[in-house]
Each structure stands twice: as C-alpha cells, then as structure tokens.
Write a protein that binds this ligand. Structure first.
Ligand code: ARG
Length: 369
C-alpha cells in the first residue's frame, strides 16, 4: 500500500472505529518523519489494526527492540491500553510471593473446589525475532531449541511429561486426532490460521510448522510453542487454591528459564510480548466459574461485567477470547491489569474478586445449583 493510501485508510478507521488504539495514536507527521526502512517496519507492526478495523489494540511487535525504536507511537498506545497516564513512570516489579496456601477459594465455600484455574505467562527469547517476523526455518529452529529444553525438564520427576509437535515430519509429531483431543481438552491452541488478527500480523505464518506443546506428566503444566509468543507457559488445576496454582507455574518457569536462551525483557515494560496488551508481568490468570444468577443463566453478561470491572476484573465467555457464556452461566474471569502489577498482586486480585463475585452470586441466586 502506498504511504498516502495507508495514511488515508487509518484516518477513516479512526473515525469509524474510535476503539482502535493503533488508529487513535497514529500520527501521519511522525510516520512521514521516519526513513523508508523504519516506515516499512512500523507499517508491519500496525498491519493487523489496519486490516482489522475492529481491533482494540491493532498492533503487534515484530522484534523485541520495536518497543524502544517506535516508542513515539507505541508508548501512548501502551499507556492508553493499560490505563497509565502520560508522564507517570512505568515500573514493572516482579514478586511471586504466594504467601503459603492462603489464597484458597475452597476455604471460603466448599463448592468453589470445583472452579477451574489457569495462569499463564508469555515469554519470548531474545535470540529470535518475535513470531510475526519469523521465517519458517526460524520457527522450526526455535521449536528444536524448546524441545531440547522440554526433554531436560521431563527428566525432573517433579515435571515428567512430553513434548507434542504438530510440525509435519517432527520426531515428536502427533496425529490430527490427538491434536483435536488436546484442543477439546482446552490444553492445545486452536488453528491460528483462522485468526484474522494473527494472520494480518504474520504471527500465524507457516502454520503449523514450529508449533507444539509440552505437557507435564500430571497435565498441570503446559507450554505452548509458536503461538502468539514464542512460549506461553501455564499452570492448570482445579481445587480453588490459587497459591498452589501460582507456585506450580513459578517453579516450572524457573526451571525452564535455566534451560532456555535468555528471555527478551525491557527496562520499561518488563517481559516483551508480541501484543502490547500482554507486556509487564506477561501474565493472565483466570478462573472458570458458574455464575448463573449474575448472568441470567449465561444469557446476559452486562451486570456481571459491570460488577467485575469495579473489582479490576474482565469477564469473557468460557470458550476463549470473543466467546459467549457457557452452560449454567460458566464464565472466565481474570484481572485486567498486566503492566505495573506484580504476579502476587494479580493472584490476590483474582482471589479477592472471585470471592466478592461469589458472595454477590449467592444473593442473586439463593437456591444452590
Ligand atoms: N489484535 C487484537 C486486537 O487488537 C487482539 C488483542 C488482544 N488479544 C490478544 N490475544 N493479544 O483487538
């Protein structure tokens, strides 16, 4: 697309889609002040928001250095998305102190033993471009690096498990049936080439080459390879004890960190991720719980969304991003803040928020399910 066409197209998006942060913060004068090469790079970073006007963020970094090189445009977008005012210093501290076993929802109500809990962190290694700019060879080479680390991890009896690849011809390759079963079990990621945001960013390129998943023996620690970030490391459990869940992730992450090349980090934004929404702790912690009273049996999320927002939580359907509530009002709740909050703060916010919503649910729906 010629430069003037791009500029005009973004102006139209800004008008029609005021929620698109890329369009909101795009400044034609800044774009034109860049040399040819930098302009091309920035055009690639914002391509997803240009091709998908309904984007909320509308940009993905292609290289870890992009957040510094293009800070003039990206920093205001990051602040807008994370609610950090201009001029306020961004400081990303890390603290995994889970305080023993204190954050146990089942101690509040035995019925909460049933919630399914998941916490993941996004990590990218500093020695490869981010997924949007990787060649097929780099995707496969990175997968080999990761598979070696998982082989070592599996020797540790605390983890065990195996690496499952969907790269055609990989020594760890699984068949289509097993892939489907793992997707249905909410372990493996879905076909990325069906996602228009990832397609426009090149992140789903060369699908399914270089993609796969490590799964621990107990299936409570999973690592996605080659999705939106090089690695998505996650712990998954039932039981309601968030402290135990977080500790599982912390120890898995620590062990893996020592087996992998150094991760890309930024002094300002903490862990570097493809999507600016995930910067900071790079963490998303969520609970799937049934809140039929607050959602009119899953038909209307308006009331719940409002209540959750006041608690610093976001609500989405139990079927993943952009999905509706599941049967019985099953929803996914998760702390909204990612940047400038520690891991321990995220855990506490989820624990306290879930406890409050559960108490509200009891008065909204006095008959136990
Ligand atoms: N690129 C999409 C948008 O701008 C998704 C952003 C957040 N989700 C994500 N998976 N990174 O709306």
């Amino acid at each position: 697309m010629a430069t003037h066409q791009l500029i005009e197209k973004i102006a139209v998006i800004k008008e029609a889609n005021p929620g698109n942060l890329m369009a909101r913060h795009f400044d034609a004068a800044y774009f034109l002040s860049l040399d040819e090469h930098a302009r091309q790079s920035l055009a690639e970073i914002i391509a997803s928001g240009v091709e998908n006007p309904d984007s909320q963020m509308g940009a993905y970094a292609m290289n870890p250095g992009d957040y510094d090189q293009f800070a003039t445009m990206l920093d205001p977008m990051i602040r807008d998305s994370h609610g950090i005012a201009a001029g306020t210093a961004i400081s990303q501290q890390h603290d995994w102190d889970t305080g023993g076993t204190r954050c146990d929802l089942a101690a509040i109500d035995e019925r909460l033993r049933d919630v399914s809990m998941r916490v993941r962190v996004a990590r990218n290694v500093a020695t490869f471009p981010l997924p949007g700019a990787m060649s097929k060879e780099q995707r496969v080479a990175f997968e080999r690096v990761a598979a070696r680390a998982f082989a070592k991890l599996a020797e540790d009896p605390a983890f065990g498990g195996t690496y499952l690849s969907i790269t055609p011809g990989s020594p760890n390759e699984i068949d289509a049936g097993e892939y489907e079963r793992r997707v249905e079990a909410h372990q493996m990621f879905k076909d990325m080439s069906a996602d228009p945001y990832l397609n426009a960013a090149g992140i789903s390129g060369d699908w399914p080459h270089g993609r796969g998943m490590y799964v621990s023996l107990k299936e409570d620690l999973l690592v996605w390879v080659g999705e939106e970030d090089h690695l998505r490391i996650m712990a998954m459990q039932r039981g309601g004890n968030l402290s135990i869940l977080f500790e599982r992730l912390r120890s898995g992450l620590e062990t893996l960190t020592n087996l992998l090349p150094p991760f890309a980090t930024s002094p300002t934004y903490g862990n570097v991720t493809s999507c600016p929404t995930n910067l900071g702790a790079g963490m998303r912690a969520s609970l799937h719980m049934k809140l039929p009273g607050l959602t009119s049996n899953g038909t209307d999320l308006t009331r719940l969304k409002k209540a959750a927002q006041d608690l610093g939580l976001a609500v989405r359907g139990a079927g993943g991003e952009h999905s509706g509530a599941g049967t019985g009002g099953r929803v996914d709740i998760s702390p909204s803040a990612r940047l400038g909050v520690t891991e321990a703060q995220i855990m506490r916010r989820l624990y306290e928020g879930a406890a409050t919503l559960w108490a509200m649910e009891q008065t909204a729906n006095p008959t136990p399910p």
